[in-house]
Design a protein around this ligand. Structure first.
Ligand code: DGJ
Length: 550
């Protein structure tokens, strides 16, 4: 299978920015409308909403197309794209969305069993009956989506299951099929993967357990063996479901992962056992197992920048093979800034905010809590042509304020660049009349941890031309130091630093397709206090004088 590396609609690439509706919103037309209105008001282009197995196949073999049709048509009317979330065998590690005819027949559709013989409310990933029932329904769903939408391109992806795994007090299925698989030999290609990448979490677990070249799961992976066995069979089950869907309609298929490790970090108790968590080796297992899944994705509720970076690095560390998509983030202030990190530094092809409805009021107005997201959505979409042109070339720079920090420095060819986060504290005329008056109130709070975090993208075109977009950030550019040991006079005093910046042009504007359209020109006071970035200024284009280089 050739893996989809981006989202497209009728062949056109889409950087998917938007929101995921709450779990129950898709089923009521007014609620679904509310979610679409929210994404639209925030300036996103994609809404993600569930289709549940229980409503799609209320009686075995009888599929109800109407909710799916309504959903697609509704999203299309809003001019948005749709990611369908297939809530089926798993939703957050349980079987809540399976149809009643599945739930009521555990003899035919086996559950995960506990050591004492009790049954968890989780379907067993070791059962071909469970898998094939889900796969038949998923194939019917994708066939329906193809018939309803192939000519429109509203639906850009389908998520297969939701945060799959066993969320019950076991790390594996103790039923007969689960125990048979647990005591069967570990597939060779998994041992090969562990051997080839000894530094990976899977490799480390294998080494710690004695580097066995054959054996069953506990023999090869020791204490991690139970979770590893769950991951392998879960990934294979879901890959079979995905294959059935792809056969009907080849859309990008994604799987999302519950990555929070809770208090003890114990599979089953703190997160669904077998999900593609990066820390234990299960992401490695998933990557070895699946062939019909295009993206294995983290649900990122993490508001801590360092932890966020680590988790994204794990999911995006194989950029040649696996695209990075973030299907869920929290809807608190830091998550709005962290989008810049995901899109700019990790090359994410999309990011959605969970519970998007919370960010707008009943009339569709953006609530204060939604404003940071509206700004980030708008900024990222404004520079989509620049992201496409410069990502991965070294000419795109991402800045996300770490709370408490004020200044970041970077070198941009012949130019030395300083980015100061927050609002300026030195002059009422440091911005234009539309923004400058707010300065005084903000000055003191510049590095307050509760403030909206500053963030920016910088794109460099050749040596002397730059595009900036950002919020709560101010950029200064000066020529790099010369080799003779002198300190340029322009760096000596605050006012001179910026007044002596050799610019040819500072203009604000926006892109219409690939063409930049100027909205304003910054001159005089508005140009001599650094290049200030606020979201509503949109793209700031700066051309430096090459004669001003040293
Ligand atoms: C992650 C899940 O994937 C979502 O469906 C939702 O349950 C959120 N957690 C928040 O509760």
């Amino acid at each position: 299978m050739t893996r989809h590396r981006e989202f497209t609609a009728l062949g056109r690439p889409i950087l998917s920015i938007g929101g995921q509706a709450r779990n129950s919103s898709a089923f009521t037309p007014d609620d679904a409308e509310y979610a679409c209105r929210a994404v639209d008001a925030l300036g996103g282009n994609t809404v993600a909403m569930p289709v549940s197995w229980e409503l799609f196949e209320p009686r075995e073999g009888e599929f109800d197309p109407s909710p799916v049709r309504d959903l697609i048509e509704r999203v299309r009317r809003w001019g948005l794209h749709l990611v369908i979330l297939w809530f089926a065998s798993w939703k957050n590690g349980t079987m809540e969305y399976a149809p009643a005819w599945v739930k009521e027949d555990p003899a035919r559709f086996p559950r995960v069993e506990l050591p004492d013989g009790g049954r968890a409310f989780v379907l067993s990933q070791h059962s071909a009956t469970n898998r094939d029932a889900d796969a038949r329904a998923f194939a019917a769903l994708l066939g329906l989506v193809r018939d309803l939408d192939a000519e429109h391109g509203t639906v850009i992806a389908v998520q297969v299951e939701n945060e799959p795994g066993i969320f019950a007090p076991v790390r594996r299925d103790f039923g007969p099929d689960g125990t048979r698989d647990f005591t069967s030999p570990v597939p060779e290609r998994l041992i090969e993967r562990a051997r080839t990448f000894p530094e990976s979490p899977l490799g480390a677990a294998w080494t710690a357990a004695g580097s066995a070249l054959q054996g069953n799961w506990p023999e090869v992976f020791g204490g991690y063996g139970a979770e590893a066995c769950s991951a392998w069979h879960l990934a294979n089950y879901i890959d079979t479901v995905a294959a059935a869907g792809k056969e009907a309609y080849d859309l990008p298929l994604t799987v999302n992962t519950w990555v929070g490790m809770g208090t003890w970090g114990v599979a089953g108790l703190d997160y669904p056992s077998g999900g593609a968590v990066p820390t234990t080796g299960s992401l490695d297992i998933w990557r070895t197992a699946v062939e019909h899944i295009d993206m294995i994705c983290p649900d990122m509720y993490e508001p801590n920048l360092d932890a966020y970076r680590d988790k994204l690095a794990a999911f995006g560390d194989d950029p040649g093979r696996w695209p990075l998509f973030i299907p869920e983030t929290g809807n608190a202030n830091p998550n709005a800034a962290l989008m810049f990190h995901a899109v700019g530094e990790r090359g994410a092809i999309g990011q959605h905010v969970f519970a998007i409805e919370d960010l707008v009021d009943e009339d569709g107005g953006v609530r204060p809590a939604g404003e940071p997201f509206a700004r980030s959505f708008g900024m990222i979409r404004d520079v989509e042509p620049l992201i496409r042109r410069h990502r991965g070339t070294g000419a795109m720079h991402t800045l996300v304020q770490t709370p408490g920090t004020r200044v970041e420095r970077l070198s941009l060819g012949p130019w030395r660049c300083v980015v100061i986060f927050g609002q300026p504290d030195f002059a009422w005329n440091a911005m234009d009349f539309r923004h400058g008056r707010e300065v005084a109130e903000e000055a003191e709070a510049r590095t307050d941890l509760g403030q909206e975090w500053g963030r920016a993208f910088i794109f460099q075109e050749g040596e002397d031309e730059f595009w900036f977009i950002g919020h709560r950030a101010r950029v200064q550019l000066q020529a790099e130091l010369s080799d003779d040991g002198s300190v340029p006079y322009a760096l000596l005093s605050g006012e001179h630093q910026t007044a002596q910046t050799p610019t040819l042009c500072i203009e604000e504007g926006h892109f219409e397709a690939e063409r930049f359209v100027r909205d304003r020109l910054r001159t005089g006071d508005e140009a001599r206090h650094g290049i200030w970035l606020l979201a509503d200024c949109r793209v700031v284009h700066v051309v430096m004088s090459s004669a001003g280089r040293r």
